[in-house]
Ligand binder design. Structure first.
Ligand SMILES: [Zn+2]
Ligand SMILES: [Zn+2]
Ligand SMILES: [Zn+2]
Length: 443
């Protein structure tokens, strides 16, 4: 198969999909064609290769012509008329398939019943999780967000920072609104992407351009009884239901060191978050206001970036597959990974022992020795030990105890080492091969 090109739109009626494994097809000249792709489906959140296989399969049957390359559409919404994917093995391409539904306007779906922290919420790809999926969050690692989305971790009570943000949000919003009379500010709400309910965002506020009639009342413009708008452009009239043109995200950050002086220099994790909000809500711009260090107010504007958004979507698609197949991301040295694993291994039998192989023990000792240089080594080692030890209380190398799991009431079991560890030099490396942690454990 050579260069992949779009399917001629007269020949493909519609791309169908369903939530079951392998049940996806295209309709070609009125006939449904089964496809051979063993991937779960549900929209463009398939593995990127899915569409390739779909189109290849259709093309091989001779029923579909490959037409000319269509330029990438620049719409921020993903309509049935344009499926876009970014593939890390190929360059980003667009295939255009005509939709049975008129493509525009596509509005996101309001789902305010989906409470943050609920099971449904945990399973959804929200704007706050996408940064962790990218490995760019300060609040979660890839592994910890995976465990949460897989339903392996109970939801946590809000952190101090989140609670503080909740109280200060209104003040930051008032400051920003005073500086931007050109916008009316609507409540945020919880939203699903119009074509993919898995994609969720909860922006802090939505922004609608202010009308110019001069009679609009910021609060309660429309009468509850007759809903009389100030003018045909009233930004807040529920009957007019004007679509937001931008969003407003409100932050507090006492440290503030990650916020730059440029108009879009915000922490990268928050950048992921607001780009995801754009995709879900179908807007091209997010304003970010932050109450920063020394109580300084700053504001930023982030605009649609197709390449970055393609990367987020491709990564989210892979992540969704890994959840579907129950294959967690590899362990890493992130403290959030270790914290998540402690919570997924709550049981402890102090008398139970496991025996480490030479390589495993050597890694523990080396990581412990390197702890002064950098915590990552030790975080990774104790995450591995947590998985390896299960509910055991001791990990031994020969006669020596190399690690304990301990617990206190109200505190999840943690991994620690005894005072007198054998020196790492005591263990001869078996080979130059990299250490393999999964093997050779006898309990
Ligand atoms: Zn009005
Ligand atoms: Zn009204
Ligand atoms: Zn007006």
């Amino acid at each position: 198969m050579g260069d992949l090109r779009p399917v001629h739109e007269d020949l493909v009626d519609m791309l169908h999909s369903c939530a079951d494994l392998g049940q996806a097809w295209v309709v070609v000249q009125g006939r449904r064609m089964a496809l051979v792709v063993p991937a779960p489906c549900g929209g463009y959140r398939f593995a990127a290769g899915y569409y390739k296989a779909t189109i290849v399969q259709a093309a091989l049957t001779g029923l579909v012509e490959l037409g000319p390359v269509v330029p990438a559409h620049d719409r921020p919404v993903y309509t049935g008329g344009g499926l876009r994917w970014a593939d890390r093995d190929f360059t980003a391409r667009t295939i255009t398939l005509p939709s049975a539904v008129p493509p525009a306007p596509v509005r996101p779906v309001r789902v305010d019943g989906m409470a943050p922290g609920s099971e449904e919420w945990m399973a959804a790809m929200t704007a706050s999780k996408i940064a962790a999926v990218m490995g760019l969050s300060s609040y979660d690692s890839r592994r910890s967000v995976w465990e949460k989305m897989a339903g392996n971790l109970p939801s946590e009570p809000p952190t101090k920072n989140k609670t503080r943000g909740h109280y200060l949000e209104g003040g930051v919003a008032a400051w920003w609104m005073d500086r931007h009379p050109e916008y009316a500010v609507l409540p945020g709400g919880t939203w699903q992407h119009p074509e993919d309910s898995w994609m969720v965002a909860t922006p802090d506020r939505r922004l609608v351009p202010m009308c110019e009639c001069d009679t609009h009342l910021a609060e309660g413009c429309c009468d509850a009884v007759d809903c009389d708008p100030c003018c045909s452009q009233c930004p807040t009239c529920p009957a007019l239901d004007r679509a937001p043109v931008a969003l407003l995200e409100l932050k507090t950050d006492a440290d503030g060191s990650e916020w730059g002086r440029g108009v879009d220099e915000i922490p990268v994790g928050i950048r992921c978050q607001v780009l995801w909000q754009m995709v879900v809500l179908g807007v091209r711009e997010v304003h970010v206001a932050v109450l920063s260090s020394y109580l300084e107010m700053r504001e930023y504007v982030i605009t649609w970036d197709q390449e970055e958004i393609d990367a987020l979507i491709a990564e989210a698609a892979d992540f969704r597959l890994s959840l579907h197949y129950g294959e967690p991301p590899e362990l890493d040295g992130d403290k959030h990974t270790y914290a998540a694993l402690r919570r997924t291994h709550p049981h402890l039998d102090p008398k139970k022992e496991i025996t480490l192989t030479d390589d495993q023990a050597r890694e523990v000792l080396a990581a412990k020795k390197a702890e002064q240089e950098g915590l990552e080594h030790w975080n990774l080692a104790r995450s591995r030990l947590t998985e390896l030890m299960g509910d055991a209380g001791k990990a031994k190398w020969g006669e020596d105890v190399v690690a304990y799991r301990r617990a206190r009431k109200g505190v999840m079991p943690w991994v620690e080492t005894p005072k007198n560890l054998p020196p790492v030099e005591a263990i001869q490396p078996a080979s130059d091969e990299p250490l393999d942690w999964g093997m050779g454990v006898a309990s």
